[in-house]
Write a protein that binds this ligand. Sequence first.
Ligand code: PEP
Ligand code: MG
Length: 841
Amino acid sequence: AVQNNPNTTLVTPDAPIANDTHGGRAKCLQRLKRLDLPVPTTVALSFSAVHDIANGHLPDIRAILDQFPDDALLCVRPSSEDPDWGGPSAILNIGMNDTRFETLCGTLGVDAVSALYNRFVQSYAIHVDRLDPDMFDDVTGEGPQALLQTLEAYERETETPFPATRAEQLAGVLKSMARAWEGTSARLLRQAKGAPADAGLGLVVQQMAFGVGQGESGSGVLQLVSSKTGMPQITGRYLRQSQGRDALRRDANSLFITRDPRGPSLEDQVPGAFAQLVDHARLMRVKLREEMQVEFTIENGYLHILDGVRVSRSSRAAVRIAVQLARDGVIPRQEALMRIEPRTLNELLHRQVDRHAKRDILGSGIAASPGAATGRLVFSSNEAQASAARREDCILVRRETSPEDIRGMHAASAVITERGGITSHAAVIGRGIGLPCVVGVSDMRFQTRKGQLMTQDGRVLNAGDIVTVDGTNGTILLGAPEMQEAALDDAFTDLMDWADAERDIGIRANADTPADAQTARNFNAQGIGLCRTEHMFFEPGRLTVMREMIFASTSDDRRAVLARLLPMQRADFIQLFKIMQGKPVCIRLFDPPLHEFLPTDRNGQRELADALNLPLSDVTRRIEAMMEYNPMLGLRGVRLGVTVPEIYEMQARAIFEATIEASSEGDPVVPEIMIPLVSAKREVELVRARVDAVATTVAMTAGAAFDYKLGVMVETPRAALRAGDIAQHCSFLSFGTNDLTQMTYGLSRDDAGRFMSDYVRQEVFVEDPFHSLDIDGVGELLQLGSERGRAARPDVTLSLCGEHGGNPESIAFCRNAGFDYVSCSPFRVPVARLASAQLAI
Ligand code: PEP
Ligand code: MG
């Protein structure tokens, strides 16, 4: 008998059925049986039974049929281990033949039964005999006429009559479903969804509940929450005189589920069944520990539960559902945390293109900063600012952005660039300020001077045209598709609080401006891990002073100009310290090459000559003289600190004076000062001596005491290798994995975007190493550097502040290597908090 064969098992509360032997559907149906829900008789076929069927070995069909009443119609549905892996379509009404047709006509009426039979023959022909659906094109009308035409078409095509017995039909269906699963395209499809190559398929054979009949009959689905928001809301569809998932068809004339002024509903037409369904759904939620969609059929007023499936859900709904289950004590908080994929939080933090919106894709590139925004195309930062002044949303299009574009980026709703990768200027700034951004858009032609973009299929877009940038998946869309708003609600806050209670690695934010710092605070970052000070010099009014400083010919002149910048820097730091309320703030001293601050075009140079009262030729000559062949490997970072010490002295003074002022009003501040681009310990010694001297002077002048920490950014391979030497001179090491990746690979972070997709496609790199930390290479340097640094100075604080800080895999690596914290863009802080909690659970 069936019960004795583990491969074909009658589904009873205690039959040996498991997810990984019979699939999720079979297991779920067993759970429903255990809850004593009205589930029709079901037999489950195991993965191995189905595998055997695909190889030509049918199970004992008679033994299966013995479990069902002689005249019952059956359906077969797939049961894979994970419902998301899909499976062949269900086949309903197996057992229908001329004899059953006659008897059923007596009770259901000839039209209803003809429709059932017709549908069965057609789906059998298409799925089992794999005939072309076109062969039924000539079948017209409904009722017995149509049925006759269908049966004739079948016979014509196959040259055999339609299989008449239930056994024959069931065998055919089982064979076709088993084979469909083993087919190449089905395998590729499910592997793309994460299924292993040898994923099995189970099948369930279930007695049909009709859904058509003389009393109240129909089928539908019901769930207790909204799939879009996860909020409690009974929703679903019910279609009278229907089977399967007919009620969900777009054109179906379904009833509403709950009472509705727009039309009849299940609740008021069939109140008893409605109340039972809601009770069943509530029971399923608690016992199956999940929000379930109930699939049901009503047959002559009697309710059957055919199945329960996990409610489909947006990322936002997923958070609400998990949190609410934990709040209600149905699952522990840790499980709620584990149920949310950290990256999907991005969809809550930003506006998104609605999942169901139609997308007309114009081009694509690297998804550099998540979220979506719609606006009119503009091709310069000035135009972006002009748009903002008119309160018009705009999309800034640039070949690449430079520090001069910062104000334009702040004015725009999104940015797209032709060049650049995940750590290019546009990408870093975009993530920092929460601006959707797509970089390295290589499949569109950028004609920024002309104000045009051209798509591969020849469409031309002009300044003023409306497009939407989807920074979450890296596409540019025509027009204004429907959006879904950000959702930082109480469920999100609870989830984040629970994550903080679990995690054991610190999370800070990279923040340069007061606005960034505020975002970091709002997302509960534990401090600022990297404040890049150079952005402060691009503020209006400061750039000219900066240029004067660069042009100063003596150290004294330079000091005099820097003295004018000092109060501005001090004010910046006071603001940051105040916003962070005593939490640590790590300030990096000036990093970029100086020539980035100089005008590149003739007009700008002329203006500069005017401002400095110098002949134009002097200005151009000086600018040319400062040009470097490899500026990123040239005079920048600590090299400037060593050779032009006045800049770091001014910055140190601004930091210390701000420390005294902010501490006098609020929590005591202990600033952290970080030296960039170090490659030798002597660099640290030299800078340290000067910074210490400034600290002594400031403390004496103000008559106030304060503490501070000095640390080194490890972003050259040599600094990682020599971390032991270096750690002796500083209290923290922060790994700057952007430059470290660039220098380890010898791969320009600003140019790699152009060929990165080729490299990933051809599997040279598994992923863009600027995006996901290269554990094998760069990771080895981190490992060595952290070990050597710790060995030399056991209390040294270790951290990572490159763009990888927000990446879950990179956080896992840092946690294993014993890092104290990671620092990432403010908007990635929630992702990092959740990812690190999951690592600790
Ligand atoms: C780094 O190099 O990793 C870093 C954080 O600094 P930046 O991106 O400013 O070079
Ligand atoms: Mg760097």
